[in-house]
Design a protein around this ligand. Structure first.
Ligand code: ARG
Length: 405
C-alpha cells in the first residue's frame, strides 16, 4: 500500500500542481482537505471535483467559518491585532486553524504526512509547520512548492503541461478569508509605484468609492461586535456585511512594506474593510472605558499578540496567558460606536457606554464644571518633584566636573 499524504488544498495554482507532483514524483496517495474560511471561491464541491480529476483518492471539505470567526478572528478583535500597526493578520489568523484541522483529519485518515502549498520565502510555512508540530510531532510536514523550488512562471508552465486549470491567469498570489484578502506578486513587487487597480477587489479605489458618507453603528459586548446598525447578527455575518459596506466607501485597502519572519522585506497589498473598521471602533471604545494604565499595558499586549500570530506562534503557552488577560480587560469594552465611512476614512461620530469613564462635568471648560482647579498646584508640586530634583542634581554634578578641569 502506498503512503498517504493529506494535502491542504485550496484549488489554486500551487496546490493543484502539488496533487500531480505528490502522486507522480513522490508516489503517494493524495487526500485533499479544503476548508471554507470565508474565501470568495468557496464552492467546496467544485474544488473537491477538481482534486478528484487531478487524482486525489479522497477529498475532505469542511465549513469552518464560525469556528474561524468565534475562536480566531474574535481574538484578533479583542487584541486590536495589527502587525506593524497596519495588517489585521487575516491570513496569519487562519493558519493555526487550518493546521488544527489538518492534524485532526490526518490522524483520522491514517496519513503520516501533511503537505501545504507555501513557498520557502514566506511566513505561512513557519505558521503551518510550527503549529502542526506543536499539535503532533509524529507527523511529517512537507512543502512541495518549496522543495520543488519552482518559480511562479515555471509552475504555470508545469500546470499547462499537466493540463491544470490556472485560476484568474495566475497574475497575483491571493489568499482570502472573511477577515481579509492578501495580494502579492506581479506589479505589487515593485515599490516605486502604487498598487495597480486590478489588484483591488473588495475595496473600491478611493477615486471610485461612494461620493456620499455612510454612517454605521457598531455595538460591542465584552470587546466583540454583536450588532450592526442596531441589528443583532453572528460575528461571521457581521464581518461579511461590513466588508461590503466599508469596501464601497474605499475603507480597508492597505499598502505596506512588511517585515517577514524570514527577514525579507516585501511589498504587500491587503483588503480588510471590516477588520479595519471593527478594530478602529474597538480602539475608540477602549479609550472611553479603560483607565490610562489599562490602555498602556493593553497596547503592549496587543503588539505582542500581533507579533506572535504573525510569526506563527499561536500554540505557544504565552498565547493562553494573553488570551486570559484580554478576556478579562475586554470585559469592560461594552457600548456603541458610531462611525462615518467616507473616501477611505473612518471618522468617529460618538460613542456611548455604561462603562464610560468620561465625566463631562470634569472635562468641560464651560460653566457648572466640578473639577476643583485649586487642587492642581499642590498636585503638580508633588508630581513633578523628582524630575525637578534630578535635573538640579545633574546640573550640579556637571558644574563640579567643569570646576575640576
Ligand atoms: N504576507 C501575508 C502574511 O504573511 C500574506 C501572505 C498571503 N499569501 C498569499 N498567497 N498572498 O500573512
Amino acid at each position: 500500500m502506498k503512503e498517504r499524504v493529506l494535502l491542504l488544498y485550496s484549488g489554486g495554482l500551487d496546490t493543484s500542481v502539488m496533487i500531480k507532483w505528490l502522486q507522480e514524483q513522490q508516489n503517494l496517495d493524495v487526500l485533499t482537505l479544503t476548508l471554507d474560511v470565508g474565501q470568495e471561491k468557496n464552492d467546496l464541491e467544485r474544488i473537491a471535483e477538481k482534486a478528484r480529476k487531478l487524482g486525489a483518492v479522497k477529498t475532505i471539505t469542511e465549513d469552518v467559518k464560525d469556528k474561524f470567526a468565534n475562536e480566531f478572528v474574535s481574538q484578533g478583535i479583542m487584541n486590536n491585532g495589527l502587525y506593524m500597526d497596519k495588517y489585521p493578520l487575516s491570513t496569519s489568523l487562519a493558519r493555526p486553524l487550518m493546521a488544527m484541522e489538518a492534524v485532526k483529519f490526518a490522524e483520522q485518515n491514517d496519513c503520516d504526512i501533511i503537505a501545504h502549498g507555501s513557498t520557502g520565502k514566506g511566513n505561512d510555512q513557519v505558521r503551518f509547520e510550527v503549529s502542526i508540530r506543536a499539535l503532533n510531532e509524529d507527523l511529517t510536514v512537507i512543502a512541495p512548492v518549496r522543495e520543488m523550488n519552482m518559480n511562479r512562471d515555471e509552475e504555470i508552465e508545469y500546470a499547462k503541461v499537466k493540463n491544470i486549470e490556472i485560476p484568474n491567469g495566475g497574475k497575483y498570489s491571493v489568499d482570502e478569508n472573511l477577515w481579509g484578502r492578501s495580494v502579492e506578486g506581479s506589479n505589487i513587487e515593485s515599490i516605486d509605484e502604487g498598487i495597480p487597480e486590478d489588484a483591488y477587489k473588495w475595496v473600491l479605489p478611493v477615486e471610485k468609492s461612494l461620493d456620499i458618507p455612510v454612517d454605521i453603528l457598531i455595538t460591542y459586548s465584552e470587546g466583540l461586535p454583536v450588532e450592526l446598525n442596531g441589528r443583532k447578527i453572528p460575528l461571521k455575518d457581521l464581518i461579511a456585511e461590513l466588508n461590503y459596506i466599508a469596501g464601497q466607501s474605499g475603507v480597508g485597502a492597505i499598502d505596506m512594506i512588511e517585515d517577514r519572519v524570514v527577514g525579507i522585506k516585501s511589498h504587500e497589498f491587503y483588503e480588510c474593510p471590516a477588520a479595519v473598521t471593527i478594530i478602529n471602533g474597538h480602539k475608540y471604545l477602549e479609550s472611553l472605558v479603560l483607565t490610562k494604565r489599562e490602555n498602556q499595558l493593553k497596547k503592549l499586549m496587543d503588539q505582542q499578540f500581533a507579533d506572535m500570530v504573525y510569526s506563527g506562534l499561536w500554540f505557544d503557552p504565552l498565547m493562553d496567558h494573553i488570551k486570559k488577560f484580554q478576556q478579562s480587560i475586554n470585559g469592560a469594552v461594552n457600548g456603541k460606536v458610531k462611525l462615518k465611512l467616507y473616501k477611505g476614512n473612518i471618522i468617529p461620530l460618538g460613542a456611548e457606554s455604561a462603562n464610560s469613564l468620561y465625566d463631562f462635568s470634569k472635562s468641560t471648560y464651560g460653566k457648572n464644571q466640578t473639577f476643583d482647579q485649586s487642587k492642581a498646584p499642590g498636585f503638580i508640586y508633588i508630581f513633578g518633584s523628582q524630575t525637578i530634583a534630578a535635573k538640579k542634581a545633574r546640573k550640579r554634578h556637571l558644574e563640579e566636573m567643569v570646576m575640576k578641569e
